[in-house]
Design a protein around this ligand. Structure first.
Ligand code: TMP
Ligand code: ASP
Length: 237
């Protein structure tokens, strides 16, 4: 497989076509952004760490029966993925209250959400990724009812797998965001799963081990990502 031209460059990843129309290359860069791209910095090793982290998690999810776009690692910072037609909706599951849900509803960070709650956001930085509901998705034609139902089902299925995986490694999966797309008529998990798009706390100390360290200027961002990975058994050498 041969990498060809750049198709798209996002805030943290670039996407390239290949000689196979069904396959793309994802390049994980060191760029780190928050607040809809208003805060951007380069963090050394981040592209490599997130590429390997994502590969590990995507393979876990695939093994648990969740279809993903992941094909294989190509290099420290690149992976081959299936070329999906992306749905512009972000699916968020929250096991513990943190971030925007605390601001919106005036609840304290750290409150257990039982059962876990689910939210949709529109992927649109210019609008600040507003929260949307199933009626909006239907009326505006962002996805069909079947796609929405399947995305919800797969996002919750991922919670069962990932919550247990982090728990066994002494961590709490607070929340996470997934994005889906279509591949040959099937809804498939796309984008990435890394500490950039989820919240992970140490189970005992509740130390933040995810992108909140960057958002809140706490320092030790990549060190924390690597610690999470090491605890899960990922090698970053
Ligand atoms: P929030 O608390 O900012 O709504 O985010 C919830 C989780 O989803 C958090 O782990 C970050 C992730 N997320 C993204 O990675 N990108 C996004 O655009 C949004 C809205 C959430
Ligand atoms: N990933 C989004 C951004 O870069 C949201 C966030 O993580 O704060 O702006």
């Amino acid at each position: 497989m041969e990498k060809r031209e750049q198709l798209y460059s996002g805030k943290a990843k670039s996407v390239y076509t290949t000689d196979d129309a069904d396959v793309m290359v994802l390049e994980f860069r060191d760029d780190t952004s928050a607040f809809d791209g208003k805060k951007v910095e380069q963090l050394d090793r981040k592209g490599m760490v997130n590429n390997k982290f994502n590969a590990f998690v995507m393979q876990k999810l695939e093994a648990a029966g969740i279809p993903t776009h992941f094909i294989k690692l190509l290099s420290d910072t690149e992976s081959a993925v299936k070329r999906l037609e992306m749905i512009p909706i972000e699916c968020v599951v929250r096991n513990v209250a943190a971030g925007s849900i605390c601001r919106r509803y005036g609840v304290q960070e750290g409150m257990d959400l039982n059962p876990p709650t689910f939210e949709f956001f529109l992927k649109n930085d210019a609008l600040g990724d507003p929260m949307v509901n199933e009626y909006h998705i239907d009326s505006f034609g962002w996805a069909t009812a079947d796609q929405v139902a399947r995305a919800k089902e797969l996002t919750f299925a991922a919670n069962d797998v990932l919550k247990a995986m982090f728990d066994q490694a002494g961590m709490v999966l607070v929340d996470y965001k997934l994005e889906f797309g279509m591949y040959k008529g099937e809804l498939v998990l796309g984008d990435e799963f890394s500490p950039d798009g989820c919240r992970i706390w140490d189970k005992e100390t509740r130390k933040k081990l995810d992108k909140d360290r960057f958002r809140q200027g706490l320092g030790g961002v990549i060190e924390a990502y690597e610690e999470v990975g090491r605890r899960l058994g990922i090698s970053f050498d």
